[in-house]
Design a protein around this ligand. Sequence first.
Ligand SMILES: [Zn+2]
Length: 198
Amino acid sequence: MKKCAICGAELNDNAKFCDSCGASQTPDDKEQRVLDNMARFLRYERTAWKVTGFVLLGIFAFYVLIAVLLIATGGIGILGAAASGEQFKNDPDFQSGALAAFLIVLMYGWIYLIVFAAAFVPTIIINLKMVKRVEFYQEMMKTDISVTRRRAISPGMIVFSAFFNKIAMAFIIVNFVKTRKNAKTFDMIEAKQKANIT
Ligand SMILES: [Zn+2]
């Protein structure tokens, strides 16, 4: 048994309208439009997090490759210079010069690696984690839209996304505005959903 979202009368589980007051028990056109919009911009937002996460991952992998090449060049160079003992003894200036050059290459390799990791890794992790978060809110729309709604009207999400993904932020703002503007429609959708759950 479910209850009418409007008057509370008990209805059959598959009732589309209330026998007592006639109220629709499923989303009407306006409610469906509002739901479709929220779902659409959540979908866009999810894509923005996902694409950005993987693009940054690709760029980061490329930088890591360069850093690793520098580290390898420096390391092999130092080993090679240390191994060329005879020439070293005859020409200490050449040897120390080569060692210093390879040390600098090695050092730059490590500095790049650390700087790139610090710059990219947190943003990549957050972008990919947000994909899962949005999927959670997409799922909650079906069973308890109030969870998704609370998230949509949170200004904190706009600030958060401003730091990590401006494209996702654009879609978050659209949902923020639309969800606030359609507060009454969302109240109705929530009421119908709750009536169907209990
Ligand atoms: Zn009713």
